[in-house]
Design a protein around this ligand. Structure first.
Ligand SMILES: [Zn+2]
Length: 217
């Protein structure tokens, strides 16, 4: 996941955009295809380029800076620990980000709203949920800021004129932020829990007794 490199035209290597590959691989590029009827290159009027993934052999096709095939996404894959309901919105956002960054931003905001419920919010109002989680000191400041960025940009893109840059590139960064949130909350908790479970039984009992005595449980 941390090795994700977004596809870009003429980049030497990137994470293959084909969903059945998704491998970080070298790309072999070909540009300015020949117009056979005229026997000349199409050149700048049709700045087409093709990159061939050296792992799966499939092409990505580019018109100037825009990838037109596969049409799917410039979004990183979702974090494996992302809860199912948040993942559904995340995946849908990944599908539409190339043709509608605004729709993707709105879906990502929804994904964050669902994530907040998993973190202890009530899911009614995202702004209130984040505020509540901050007040209860349940969010690390970095996490809170990540959530707020997705909230504000997601909201601003739905209301015209609020966010100047509504490019797919801006929205692509939001995907990464959501993965950071999942990693530092749900995954971190899972990891700590697994380590605790591995402690010897008598040590776990001692800890439970201590917590019971101090009224922590
Ligand atoms: Zn590939």
């Amino acid at each position: 996941m941390s090795n994700y490199v977004a596809p870009a035209r003429f980049l030497k290597s990137f994470t293959c955009p084909h969903s059945d590959c998704g491998t970080f691989a070298q790309q072999i590029w070909q540009s300015n295809p020949v117009d056979f009827s005229e026997g000349r290159t199409l050149g700048d009027s049709y700045p087409l380029a093709t990159g061939i993934c050296q792992f799966c052999g499939k092409p990505s096709i580019w018109l100037a800076e825009k990838m037109i095939h596969p049409s799917t996404t410039s979004a990183p894959p979702a974090h494996p620990d992302m809860p199912d309901d948040a993942l559904k919105d995340y995946s849908e956002a990944a599908e539409v980000v190339a043709c509608s960054p605004r729709a993707a931003a709105a879906l990502l905001r929804l994904s964050v709203q669902r994530l907040c419920v998993h973190l202890g919010g009530d899911g009614k109002n995202l702004n209130d949920d984040i505020g509540q989680l901050v007040a209860e000191k349940r969010l690390h400041p970095t996490i809170q800021q990540s959530l707020d960025v997705v909230r504000v940009i997601g909201n601003g893109m739905v209301h015209p004129g609020q966010i100047a840059d509504d490019s797919a590139k801006t929205v692509s960064k939001l995907f990464g932020l959501i993965n950071v949130v999942v990693n530092q909350t749900i995954s971190a908790e899972k990891e700590v829990q697994a380590q605790f479970e591995d402690l010897p039984e008598d040590k776990k009992l001692q800890i439970q007794k201590r917590d019971a005595a101090s009224g922590l449980t």
